[in-house]
Write a protein that binds this ligand. Structure first.
Ligand SMILES: Cc1ncc(COP(=O)(O)O)c(C=O)c1O
Length: 449
């Protein structure tokens, strides 16, 4: 059995300068290291052996099992737009749990009514299907697009992330840059035949996109795009251009709204930018921390998934044990009830503006050479003097320096994932912002010392 001392030695707490680590948390990390690949639940590597075991959260803050608290700008990878343990979400889940947690076949009332409420907000939606994650949503959207067009290839943009399946994991963060449209696999284990079904284009470059789509139109089923690609905003006219080029060439446009959906207003990025794709994919905000995703789109494309067509050539299988999950749907209703309140988005956007303005002032005062950018409830920072327009611009910024500075922010109690985009919740308070500014100020002083 691991002793507390051995667990603390393993965790090597000094490396990231954690203020305290309890025996409980050290033992949990030691246990995770023995039982989980890399000692973690997913893709975020432990910093030199040390991690975090979170126990609970409230609003814009959460706590580890040592009792340290952090102002959270990761927010469950963006799922917690309403913060941790929002009372309306918690109550809705608890109430539904007493009525039954899952039914599977046919229909359940919370899911039926959630679809009925969501569709009018989604400009492209004639119909929708629930899934349980963003990855599932993009997988099914791609399959629906291939079946509908009778073509096999998908074009994505370099640097975009569309989930963890084989069709999506190319050229998200290529270590070596390839000539467009050559895909670079992000992971071992993707068969070459699958990899070669993807074409890759630079974001915010309509000329290259047009040339690629025209050259490959006979084999290209769809272009999939994050309307705000990780931390990069579209240049004026870019999304409109993607829409026009795809439509002109018989190629479908899939807008991946897993991050932007219900975050950039009730109509998501489609409303925010005024561009309507053929299909859109959802995740994150809908379930507010519960596993809910969705594919929505034109009825003629979505109706390929009508199981009444089983056995017909035009049927597309789309199903999953947990989809339309009543607990997730209950959370979705509570989320909509909250964001439909007058002034919700104004408050959320204003909080993010205050955060960006405050950080900019502090970083400028300390001469950090950091550009803070973003729009709406996501914010970003890079050691660069220009806002990036595509993946390659980001690689030109000082990413090592950013990782070191992010580690300092973490030591000061701001929870960020090094290099990743950051989110703001509606529940971050003025006190949280003030504490953030003080922490950022301390981090700059230490960093410059
Ligand atoms: C734009 C986008 N699409 C798809 C996904 C995959 O979603 P999930 O992690 O729920 O599978 C993500 C996850 O971060 C995402 O940001």
């Amino acid at each position: 059995m691991t002793t507390p001392k051995a667990a603390h030695d393993l965790c090597n707490t000094a490396v990231i300068g954690r203020h305290t680590m309890s025996d409980t948390e050290a033992l949990e990390i030691a246990s995770a290291r023995a039982n989980l690949p890399g000692g973690v639940l997913g893709g975020n590597a432990l910093a030199s052996g040390t991690g975090f075991v979170f126990s609970h959260g409230k609003g814009g803050r959460f706590w580890d099992t040592s009792g340290n608290n952090y102002i959270d700008y990761v927010l469950g990878s963006g799922t917690l737009m309403l913060g941790h343990a929002h009372p309306a979400i918690a109550a809705a889940i608890a109430e539904q749990a007493t009525r039954g947690t899952h039914f599977f076949a046919y229909l359940n009332a919370p899911a039926v009514h959630l679809a009925e409420r969501m569709i009018p907000y989604i400009p492209c939606a004639g119909r929708m299907r629930f899934t349980i994650s963003g990855s599932e949503s993009t997988l099914h959207a791609m399959r629906l697009a291939r079946a509908f067009t009778g073509k096999t290839k998908i074009l994505k943009f370099e640097g975009a992330y569309h989930g963890a399946h084989d069709y999506a994991q190319v050229s998200t963060s290529p270590k070596q840059l390839a000539n467009f449209p050559q895909p670079v696999p992000d992971t071992n284990g993707i068969p070459e035949v699958v990899r070669d079904l993807t074409l890759v284009a630079p974001y915010n470059d309509l000329d290259t996109l047009r040339a690629l789509v025209e050259a490959h139109r006979d084999e290209l089923a769809a272009v999939i795009i994050e309307p705000i690609q990780r931390i990069i905003h579209p240049l004026p006219g870019f999304l409109e251009g993607v829409r026009e080029i795809t439509a002109a060439n018989g190629v479908l446009m899939i807008m991946d709204e897993v991050v932007t959906g219900f975050r950039y207003g009730l109509k998501g990025a489609q409303g925010y930018f005024g561009v309507t794709p053929d299909l859109a994919t959802y995740g994150k905000v809908i379930g507010s921390g519960l596993p809910v995703g969705a594919v929505a789109g034109r009825a003629d494309i979505m109706d390929q998934a009508d199981p009444g067509k089983k056995g017909q050539a035009d049927y597309v299988y789309q199903n999953g044990t947990l989809q339309g999950h009543p607990l997730g749907a209950a959370a979705g209703h509570a989320m909509l009830n909250t964001v439909e309140q007058p002034g919700f988005y104004e408050h959320l956007f204003a909080t993010a503006d205050r955060l960006r303005d405050g950080l900019r002032t502090i970083f400028n005062r300390h001469g950090m050479g950091i550009t803070v950018f973003g729009e709406g409830p996501m914010w970003h920072m890079l050691f660069t003097d220009r806002v990036p327009r595509n993946f390659r611009d980001i690689t030109k910024s000082d990413t090592k320096r950013l990782a070191a500075f992010d580690a300092e922010l973490l030591r000061q109690g701001l929870f960020v994932l090094p290099g990743n985009r950051r989110f703001v919740s509606s529940e971050h308070t003025s006190d949280d912002l003030q504490a953030t500014f003080e922490a950022a100020d301390r981090a700059c002083r230490i960093f410059n010392a």
